[in-house]
Write a protein that binds this ligand. Sequence first.
Ligand code: MG
Length: 280
Amino acid sequence: MEKWPLGVFASIDAGLGVRLEVAHELGIPTLHLHAPSAARRTAEAAAEFQKRLDDYDLTVTAVFGGFEGESYADISTVARTVGLVPPETRSARLAEMKEIADFAAKLSVPVVALHLGCIEENRDSTPYREIVNLTQDLCGHCAGNSQALHLETGQETSDGLLAFLGDVDRDNLFVNFDPANMILYGTGDPIPALQQVGAYVRSVHCKDGCWSNSPGVDWGQEVALGTGDVNFAEFLRTLNQIGYAGPLTIEREIPQQPERQRTEIGNAVKLLQGLRAELA
Ligand code: MG
């Protein structure tokens, strides 16, 4: 694969990403796929989907798990509802995440990824140990499929993330680095964070955002790539420094405005192509 192929976050059914047709029309060769609902994760559905991918010349480089009942309404709601951390839904979601990994395996996709949720910071606490154990369990399942697990960044600081990766201590555990999330959640300046966790970064989201007036308390705002507080020239220079050559996967989270989403992703493609020509 060429260095830094472009990618886009996409979905099969009612997910967060763009439709496959849009990726194809924009000439984007790779996808991060938002996992489809359970009914669309059968062997037959996977085979049918694989055919559409082949028709459009698209390669899925990672499948992202997401769950019923998650809400990104504000930071405290995220802490209560997102990922594998909330105790009420934990065991059911862990089982579902393993099913999602098995669906990815049917498509021969070697990476599954997710937001784990807001991990308790005290490393000596029981809630923290529980999430370490659960992540080891999920890594073991992925290893059985010859897959890596990528953790989406943003809900913790780079120090917290590094400590967690060390505590889980599995050789198929890596990071999907999303610079905008660091800004939206107010967890730190993305460029030094990327340098710090660089050795673990195996996929990235090219998403932009603006800091809120009260970082970590109120949401920042996700915006079109190139119009926010992520410096993409600096981001790509830093990816060069850490030796990252994988896909640049554009993410724009406005699925309720498909026309605008398509236009803005088209602009992001041009911007990233320009930077790539300069820096790759
Ligand atoms: Mg992301």
